[in-house]
Design a protein around this ligand. Structure first.
Ligand code: MG
Length: 258
């Protein structure tokens, strides 16, 4: 089922989105060399609870995961890209970290992800991976104009990733969001323009391009959740929740702080 939110519900989505954006920004500032992924998870839990919000992840138990996720944020390091379960791994200089967070506030969920390099130095491969996902996300958002279809967004995202030289895995991608975290329609990270569901004002979509440096094959960790590149190569992932309005797409998950 595809939810169309009322203006009042979209307004609540703005508050949820700002909270997600601000928590991610705060965690980005606090994550440094020596920080453990479990510490980041605890910081996320505290910020979610202080805001009176609920984690969409802690009880999340889809068919592909093993039991409830049990944590508050996904923390993917280097080859770990999706559903990455926080561990006692301590961040090292140059680690490529992906933080993916979804929470619900006053009944409306928002979902976003950022990738960045820990410490002062970034290698060219990591910078290119991150930049490609950010640019693909921007292209998907720009394509989300009234009258567009989900396939137009998929095509815009996939074109950027492909032109950047990456193979695209379409097993996991964007999705509708609203009263729950994952809803129809699916917004694949590649597709044909003119196909799919027509966008309507009041729809919320989470767009989330992600790539792996030299493969499109994922493997699942022994933890039953964390998805890694099959070759051990680096990965990146960028995500925003957007609202479809009469004027175009409005990004809900931008941080409100500088
Ligand atoms: Mg998502």
């Amino acid at each position: 089922m595809i939810e169309i939110l009322s203006p009042a519900e979209v307004e609540r989505g703005r508050a949820t989105g700002a909270l997600v954006g601000d928590i991610l920004q705060s965690l980005r500032r606090r994550a440094r060399v020596g920080t453990s992924l479990l510490e980041i998870d605890r910081w996320a839990k505290v910020m979610i609870e202080e805001a009176g919000a609920q984690s969409c992840y802690v009880d999340y138990a889809p068919s592909f995961g093993r039991g409830p996720f049990g944590h508050y944020i996904c923390t993917g390091v280097n080859d770990a890209v999706l559903h990455a379960k926080p561990s006692d791994h301590r961040l090292a200089e140059g680690d490529l970290l992906t933080l993916d967070l979804a929470v619900s506030l006053d009944g409306i969920a928002a979902d976003a992800a950022i990738s960045f390099v820990v410490g002062g130095s970034s290698d060219a491969e990591s910078a290119a991976l991150i930049e490609a996902t950010e640019r693909a996300l921007a292209a998907g958002i720009a394509a989300a104009v009234p009258g567009a279809r989900t396939g137009d967004l998929s095509h815009a995202i996939g074109s950027v990733l492909r032109d950047a030289g990456y193979a695209i895995n379409t097993d996991f991608g964007g999705h509708g969001i609203g009263s729950t975290m994952h809803q129809d329609p699916h917004v694949a990270n590649d597709g044909r323009p003119g196909r799919g569901f027509p966008l309507r004002p009041g729809m919320l979509l989470a767009l989330e391009p992600w790539v792996m440096a030299d493969t499109d094959v994922l493997v699942t960790d022994a933890d039953g959740w964390t998805l890694r590149s099959a070759t051990g190569c680096r990965t990146a992932h960028s995500e925003h929740t957007i609202a479809i309005t009469e004027q175009g797409a409005e990004i809900l998950t931008l941080p409100t702080e500088a």
